[in-house]
Design a protein around this ligand. Sequence first.
Ligand SMILES: Cc1cc2nc3c(=O)[nH]c(=O)nc-3n(C[C@H](O)[C@H](O)[C@H](O)COP(=O)(O)OP(=O)(O)OC[C@H]3O[C@@H](n4cnc5c(N)ncnc54)[C@H](O)[C@@H]3O)c2cc1C
Length: 389
Amino acid sequence: MRESKRVLVVGLGIAGMSAALRLHRSGWTPVIVERAAERRTGGYFIGLFPEGRQAVRALGLTDVLHTRTPERKRSWEVGRFGERSRGVGFLEQPGDPDAVLRGDIEQALWSAIDGHVEVRFDTVPAAIRTHAGGASVTLRQGGSAAETVAETVEDFDLVIGADGLRSTVRELVFGVHERFMKPLGAVICAFQMSRQLPEFRSDDALVIADTRRSLWVFPLDDCPPTALFTYRPGDVDAQFSRPPVEVLQDAFAGLSADGAVEVALEELAGAPQHLFDSVHYVEMPSWHRGRVALVGDAAWCLTLYSGMGATAAMSGAALLGDALDRHEDDVERALHAWEQGLRPFIRKHRRRAGFKAQFFVPSTRLLTRVRSAVLTWGARRKLSTAGQA
Ligand SMILES: Cc1cc2nc3c(=O)[nH]c(=O)nc-3n(C[C@H](O)[C@H](O)[C@H](O)COP(=O)(O)OP(=O)(O)OC[C@H]3O[C@@H](n4cnc5c(N)ncnc54)[C@H](O)[C@@H]3O)c2cc1C
């Protein structure tokens, strides 16, 4: 029988749990470390395209993944003064994406690893030293309370950095964030609302897309919609010096859409959690060095505009497991083969993300008009085709 190899997975997100699950199934012994004190839940809307569903199947999660795709898909483009026209919503894109919350995917992954994989919360890597047969990692447990901090040094056959956009593993092994994080000049604020906006049905999707700023509302089948404010400010750093509600009130000043924006801002003020962040791509010449590999946003963040981040995280992890199976006795060769196989997929979606970003939040007046014309035409075409059917 093959001797079990130890893999350290840093990060308990979609990429980290997918990697741990896949490698556990191939006989590895994963240890996951997570900076947070407990597992997060909920989160924002995620669209799962066919490649995402394929990744869910590859990880054996089809039966445990809770999806929330509304039965009826109807989307509105809403103008500055509240005027509505039918649009083509996120869920009406080619490929018929399924709607889930990020927490739904994480819950499905958790149900598959819970009890099988060791998870250490409140723990981060403080140093990583790679050597011929693996890596020695200094793990720091205890977070901010100085008196409770404990450090241990442990050896692993492989380290997987799945710790997101601002990856500590990437910084420790590959270099500073600035080398790899490419700012897009945009900001997002995503949160779950307690109710649909007034005058809309609970399963309506809506988009208020103005030049350099937009509000999206994504309906879900069995819970209230999630909302996404996204905008392109002149000075991104300045957005993080005040509470998000105040910053967004200024950024969306003069755009009401008949009160819809104000209601969404009130919802944000009352939301138990939100994500408020700048948008960056991650571009790296290589996702592995020695026995350390990066997976998910840490390696190739495609941005939310691509709609492929969760998909890429899951497929990347599943393919990593396949490569390690194929090159059982040569981990570094496996990492090389994995990266070669995955690069074209990531490159393709990286290219598309730039175009899709204009669909989410157009950067000029001209593009705002083009976007609106294309979507209105698309919606008419869709409606007339449906009428003929
Ligand atoms: C608003 C929004 C909408 C999106 N919509 C879509 C969509 O429609 N479709 C899609 O496919 N994707 C979408 N994505 C992208 C998708 O959510 C991510 O690409 C995906 O979740 C993969 O994330 P990850 O696991 O790589 O990183 P993360 O989710 O960032 O997880 C990283 C984990 O590592 C932990 N961590 C961080 N630092 C450390 C450390 N030093 N030590 C230990 N642990 C650490 C964090 O606490 C976290 O648990 C969207 C993203 C956003 C923000």
